[in-house]
Design a protein around this ligand. Structure first.
Ligand code: FRU
Length: 485
């Protein structure tokens, strides 16, 4: 595998021509996605700046142009009329000034009247590689390009560590104020969120305090990508705690969890109603963000990076990696989120094909199981062996997913077997397979399981227990894979 020097990883892109050869070499990879957003070249990670503005969905992703490496991060911009068909719009933000000389890191957006305003972290490093994170803003101009403000909105606090980033902006109608939630770390290395407030979007920002989350004072060493949303009158706090292992999650030290509770802006306290939940039980799901300004108080629309920090994936050999999840709808039911694929994804179904054990490279499966235990093996060989194995244990109400049977194994040390616990008996699955990802929605969204999958040529089959009914639709391509820089 290529060893990257710091100079190579942090090179500034001077011209699109520098990466055209990489684009040409990866575009015909068998693992290029057909209906998921993926990097135009190099590496993509977190979703950023996701919002609905004047009828268009705007989304960016953390992008390193050069290869499958977390180096200098840009925002790459894509747009969609319907959350299903995505067009490449070119670079969103480039690291080209003092405040972001080592990367334009993650952030959010908000649509206000005619303006779409983006908030991001300028990752500054000095010659000794000492980091100073700035909270910066940009606005969408008439040509659809992001224009940065020349100065940051604010710098870091020195009573917290260098880890202060990923601004999530929200409007609070009651207080008539905007708030920014920043993922942070205390000086004694605890994960937390810092809150800033202002009456105006582009100026007047003041530090309001550290968010109090009773019971979560010691929960991981850094909370990346905080996101807060009110759904049907309940507050939902989603974040990605790092540097900690959590029960049932193998050796992974990166997680994406949520709390349902009440956010009190007077006391800056988020009071959880119950325990944390995993947003997704799969191997690869992180840095999830909801779309801003969707104008619906009863749901959120969420998208995530299908990947984890510190991990690498088999297309590293081809000098690219990364993909985003399908956008999913979130609703609150009882003390939990219900997550369902956006309805428009059904428009990608081609005619249903016979369920004869053949697995198209991009497809949706609908699986209906009778009462009791069952097995479903995806990406098996023609004789039904190997693959991604799902086992449902009805007594325990747990579905175990095991990826050790696949030809291409990766991130073995993080763990290759994980459980998806369920409250109701497992009777229904919707499975979205694209060329290098698999997303499983259980029981109409009670739980989800997302993983990267890199089948080899002989693995395009599936096998299920008797009585399990499978329907299969190949999926149309809906992302343009054009070289727009
Ligand atoms: C999460 C993260 C963010 C940061 C970005 C840098 O994956 O580490 O905290 O802003 O990625 O690419």
């Amino acid at each position: 595998m290529k060893e990257w020097t710091r100079e190579e990883r942090y090179r500034v892109l001077q011209s699109a021509e520098e990466i055209r050869p990489l684009y040409e070499s990866i575009r015909n990879s068998v693992y290029r996605q057909r209906y998921h957003v993926q990097p135009v070249t190099g590496l993509s990670s977190d979703p950023n700046g996701f919002a609905l503005h004047k009828g268009t969905w705007h989304l960016c992703y953390q992008w390193c142009p050069w290869g499958a490496v977390h180096g200098l991060k840009y925002w790459y911009h894509v747009t969609s009329p319907d959350l299903v068909h995505w067009q490449n719009a070119g670079i969103g933000l480039k690291p080209d000034c003092f405040y972001d000389n080592r990367g334009t890191h993650s952030g959010s957006a908000i649509s206000q009247g005619d303006d779409l305003v983006f908030f991001y972290t300028g990752n500054h490093r000095d010659d000794d590689w000492v980091r100073t994170p700035y909270t910066c803003a940009a606005v969408l101009d008439a040509e659809g390009k992001l224009q940065k403000l020349p100065e940051p909105l604010f710098g870091p606090r020195d009573d917290h560590s260098e880890h202060q980033r990923d601004p999530k902006v929200v409007w609070n109608a009651e207080k008539r104020k905007y708030y920014i939630f920043i993922g942070a770390q205390t000086l004694d290395l605890r994960g937390c969120v810092l809150i800033y407030e202002s009456e105006e979007l582009l100026k007047g920002w003041r530090f309001a305090g550290e968010l109090k989350v009773p019971g979560y004072e010691r929960f991981g060493g850094m909370w990346e990508c905080p996101y807060i949303v009110n759904i049907s009158g309940r507050d939902v706090l989603i974040f990605s705690p790092q540097y900690t292992k959590l029960p049932g999650r193998g050796n992974s030290t990166n997680h994406n969890v949520y709390l349902i509770g009440r956010m009190d802006y007077d006391t800056l306290t988020f009071t959880p109603e119950g325990d944390y939940h995993h947003l997704d039980y799969g191997f690869d799901f992180y840095a999830a963000q909801g779309a801003a300004s969707i104008g619906d108080p009863d749901r959120a629309i969420l998208i995530a990076w299908i990947g984890l920090p510190d991990n690498h994936y088999p297309t590293q050999e081809e000098d690219w990696e990364g993909t985003l999840s399908l956008p999913r709808e979130l609703r609150v039911r009882g003390g939990k989120l219900v997550q369902t694929p956006i309805p428009a994804v059904e428009s990608l179904r081609e005619a249903e094909i016979p369920a004869d054990g053949a697995l198209p490279a991009a497809c949706e499966l609908e699986v209906t199981a009778p009462e009791g235990d069952f097995a479903l093996n995806l990406f098996t060989k023609a004789d039904g062996t190997g693959g991604l194995r799902l086992r449902y244990d009805s007594a325990a109400r747990v579905c175990t997913v095991d990826r050790t049977g696949m030809d291409r194994r990766f991130n073995e040390s993080v763990g290759e077997v994980l459980d998806m616990p369920l409250e109701a008996p497992l009777r229904k699955l919707r499975v979205f397979i694209d060329r290098c990802s698999t997303e499983i929605f259980a029981n109409d969204g009670e739980a989800t399981f997302t993983t990267r999958t890199y089948p080899t040529e002989r693995e395009f089959h599936y096998a299920a227990s008797d009585d399990v009914r499978v329907r299969v639709w190949p999926m149309r391509a809906s992302v343009t894979d054009e070289f727009v820089i």
